[in-house]
Design a protein around this ligand. Structure first.
Ligand code: HEC
Ligand code: HEC
Length: 490
């Protein structure tokens, strides 16, 4: 009895500290990666960034941005960090020395979500000194650990020391960590598509502006990077490589982080609408940022530069916002231009699929890859055809004008039969109705007693309300990933 009460109290305390879990899908590397502290490979260009780092127990100074991306193949987990830093310093050169007092980037990995306390650490300072620890129940070695075959390069790799300098802007860390290091804990080796691991990415140290920032938030009261309960969720994505190829060729580099884009929208609406118009839709004095035109600036870096420094010789001013805020506005602008599959829509795709073919009733009227009904448009390629906002609106708001071919009609025949469906073809002599029975009915005028055309589409609206927040998010995530193979590999 006491024991049970105690566990209830502990559960309640756990709930108090619970943070919204951050999640990231690790895509497969679409092309080879050279470990040289240079992230110019197509694979990195196309990979999605993780969401913005959090300053968990920040005290003073300037908050500086860190971005990170992960990729995988059957051999390695690849890690890329960009650490924007105006004061870069590192002195520790001894293997396993206390590198975290220097400007330092870290990745902590739990390969099994059932055993998060089994985790492995990689801490590397700006001059390329590494410290590793292993906190697994099977590990009997000392305080430090020797992982096998890790390859990595940092921007100042091998320098005797790095002092702060006036030109400091950023440093990069690129790593390939052989997955075999995690074979004792991981459920599958190599991981299978859909496998979940937990990990956190961190930045620490340096003399000026020590950030102590992390990808997955850690409560200030916990105040330790060594808290695997707060690691983020990562999922090995099997289909990433094919989709990212398509993205790259169309000129969009990485997928847009949806949460950053949403926060970027708010920032944009605060300071940019005078010229560009609300939500970037249309402006009097500047281009509509979301319009379909040949954009001058497509890459993240170019957009970042335009917003931070302005565009010389035009009205476009430099922005006083922080780097982090600018990055979010970049995500917002890219989100305006991207089709749904380019946006890393959060949600459980598998759950979304069961809703589509199950309780959501969508497949009663829509087909995906040959499965489902005929009344509504085929949605096999919808993620590559439509923007995310369009999809969201299609599911929540009734269309003001129902597109031709989908007007709802109810026909009563002279024989007394009633047929409900959508009017596909119509002329003076006949009408073709695709009925709710999924059959095509050809009716001649003289067979029709009454033809009623309804204003409302057959497409149900307010699906966000009927499914609830989570179900709706999952459905949207599923729809956003629907693309034909030819589209995906184009
Ligand atoms: C005083 C008017 C003005 C304000 C305020 C303004 N812009 Fe601009 N912006 C412009 C003009 C004009 C251009 C087009 C410049 C050109 O012709 O290259 C532009 C271009 C851009 C571009 C480049 C588009 C492309 O692909 O080439 C981006 C991105 C952009 N603005 C974002 C922003 C953001 C974000 C803000 C708010 C922080 C902002 N702008 C505030 C006038 C403005
Ligand atoms: C009773 C039939 C019916 C059901 C059930 C139905 N739809 Fe539709 N849907 C339609 C029709 C007809 C259209 C085309 C007319 C329109 O856009 O209003 C449509 C349009 C759409 C569009 C817009 C496509 C585009 O290219 O713009 C999307 C997306 C969509 N439906 C998704 C769904 C999802 C997801 C569900 C399940 C929650 C669903 N539909 C349930 C009939 C249906």
């Amino acid at each position: 009895m006491m024991e049970r009460m105690l566990s209830i109290v502990l559960l309640a305390a756990g709930a108090l500290f619970a943070q919204p879990p951050v999640e990231y899908r690790i895509q497969r590397a679409a092309s080879p990666i050279t470990i040289d502290a240079n992230l110019d490979e197509a694979a990195w260009q196309q990979a999605s960034p993780v969401s913005a780092f959090i300053y968990n127990w920040f005290t003073a100074g300037e908050k500086e941005m860190t971005t990170a991306k992960l990729l995988w193949d059957d051999e390695n987990l690849y890690v890329a960090f960009r650490s924007f830093d105006r004061h870069i310093s590192a002195y520790e050169r001894k293997r396993h020395g206390p590198v975290s007092k220097d400007d330092c980037l870290e990745i902590f990995i739990s390969p099994n979500p059932q055993k998060v306390r089994n985790y492995y650490t990689f801490e590397i300072n700006a001059i390329g000194t590494m410290l590793n620890r292993n906190k697994s129940d099977w590990y009997t070695g000392g305080a430090t650990w020797e992982p096998e075959g890790v390859r990595y390069r940092s921007t100042f790799h091998g320098m005797a020391s790095k002092d702060e300098s006036a030109n400091d802007r950023e440093w990069i860390l690129e790593m390939a960590i052989p997955l075999r290091n995690f074979a004792k804990d991981a459920v599958n080796m190599p991981p299978r598509a859909g496998d979940e691991w937990r990990l956190n990415l961190m930045r620490t140290g340096g003399k000026t502006n020590a950030q102590q920032s992390t990808w997955s938030p850690i409560p200030a009261a916990v105040h330790s990077f060594h808290s695997p309960e707060y690691f983020g969720k990562v999922i090995f994505d099997g289909g990433g490589a094919r989709r990212t190829t398509g993205r790259g060729r169309r000129g969009f580099s990485p997928a847009v982080n949806a949460q950053d884009a949403e926060e970027g929208r708010a920032l944009y609406n605060r300071s940019c609408t005078i010229c560009h118009g609300p939500d970037g839709a249309a402006g009097d004095r500047a281009p509509a940022l979301g319009a379909q035109r040949r954009y001058l600036r497509r890459t993240e870096d170019d957009l970042f530069d335009a917003i931070r420094n302005g565009i010389k010789g035009t009205l476009m001013p430099a922005s006083p916002s922080s780097d982090l805020e600018i990055r979010k506005m970049v995500a917002f602008v890219r989100g305006l231009r991207a089709v749904a599959i380019d946006v890393n829509v959060a949600g459980d795709v598998g759950q979304g699929e069961s809703i589509f073919f199950g309780k959501g009733n969508c497949s009663q009227c829509h087909m995906i890859r040959g499965r489902g009904g005929l009344l509504g448009p085929d949605l096999t390629n919808i993620g590559a055809e439509r923007k995310l906002d369009h999809l969201r609106a299609a599911l929540t708001q009734p269309k003001e004008v129902v597109p031709s071919g989908y007007k709802s009609v109810t026909v009563t025949t002279t024989g007394g039969e009633t047929i409900r469906g959508v009017a596909r073809n119509q002329n003076n002599f006949s009408i073709q109705v695709l009925g709710v029975d999924n059959k095509l009915h050809l009716l001649l005028r003289n067979e029709i007693r009454n033809l009623k055309v309804e204003e409302q589409s057959m497409m149900p609206a307010e699906i966000d309300k009927s499914l609830g927040k989570e179900g709706f998010a999952n459905l949207l995530a599923f729809l956003s990933r629907q693309a034909r193979a030819s589209e995906a590999s184009r």
